[in-house]
Design a protein around this ligand. Structure first.
Ligand SMILES: [Zn+2]
Length: 275
């Protein structure tokens, strides 16, 4: 009896040890991990660490995310109230791309920012902010650069191309962003189609690219642009449209079928945990 028990225990141990690497592989697939070299394997009580040169992505919802980068915290398009950021550290830098409700919410900005936070916005967003924010707001127009907390941020145009969509995002109003530190470059598309300015991006390590209709673009348009500027990693995000979700898997497939596909890692996260 004891021998049987021991055998079973040993077997379980062998099986669980054998499963260990696959388990961590699964986690890296389903989480926001962007580099296996520096991954830490989470224990049950520990949040998943997602590391590339100290770079971690936490999707909050749709266009809203938290980036942990080299000890600094960056919020992108914080909306959803303070509760959407429960458990997150306060932001050093906040980037807002546009005036629409899925990108700008003044109450959320008030709730999550501290006196030390710097907030980068296009003029159209600045116009919506109460004067209490004046001391911490940097206004960037398309093409402008600003450096804060060691991050160099460039405002990239974001706008529609299709005739029927021109009304959604006029050129010059909103900002996409390229954030750069120590040679690592992260692109946040904001709401845009596959504009020449996106296709011309260079040396992007991580890209967040939108795809939803009728407001931005199709999965195929997004894939064509991504194949052109060839980021090392791309996160499809902002994919809930007027009549349902676009399919990040379709985008993934298009990218992988392309010539440069093998060199571009597509990372699908759940951007709609509360749908
Ligand atoms: Zn949007």
């Amino acid at each position: 009896m004891i021998r049987i028990f021991l055998t079973v225990t040993l077997l379980c141990c062998v099986i669980s040890c054998k499963n260990e690497p696959e388990k961590s592989q699964d986690l890296s697939e389903s989480s926001s991990e962007v580099n296996t070299a520096e991954n830490t394997i989470p224990t049950d009580n520990e949040p998943i660490k997602l590391t590339q040169k100290g770079f971690e992505v936490t999707p909050i919802s749709h266009a809203t995310m938290v980036l942990h980068w080299d000890g600094s915290i960056i919020y992108v398009d914080p909306v959803g109230g303070a509760e959407a950021f429960a458990g997150q550290p306060s932001p050093d830098l906040i980037l807002v791309t546009d005036i629409h409700g899925d990108h700008l919410n003044v109450e959320t900005l008030k709730a999550v920012s501290t006196d030390k936070s710097k907030i980068m916005v296009p003029q159209a967003v600045a116009d919506e902010l109460p004067t209490d924010f004046d001391a911490q707001v940097d206004v960037l127009k398309n093409g402008d650069f600003k450096e804060r907390f060691g991050f160099k941020v460039e405002a990239i145009p974001m706008y529609n191309l299709r005739e029927e969509a021109l009304k959604f995002h006029t050129k010059g109003r909103g900002n996409g962003y390229v954030i750069e530190k120590d040679g690592m470059r992260v692109y946040i598309s904001g709401d845009t189609e596959d504009i020449p300015e996106m296709r011309a991006l260079k040396d992007i390590d991580v890209a967040f690219v939108c795809m939803n209709l009728p407001y931005t673009m199709t999965e195929l348009q997004a894939a064509k642009a991504v194949v052109e500027f060839q980021p090392k990693k791309v996160y499809p995000y902002h994919y809930r449209g007027k009549d349902g979700m676009s399919n990040p898997g379709t985008f993934h497939g298009w990218v992988k079928k392309s010539g440069p596909g093998p060199n571009i890692e597509v990372i699908e996260l759940d951007w709609y945990p509360n749908k």
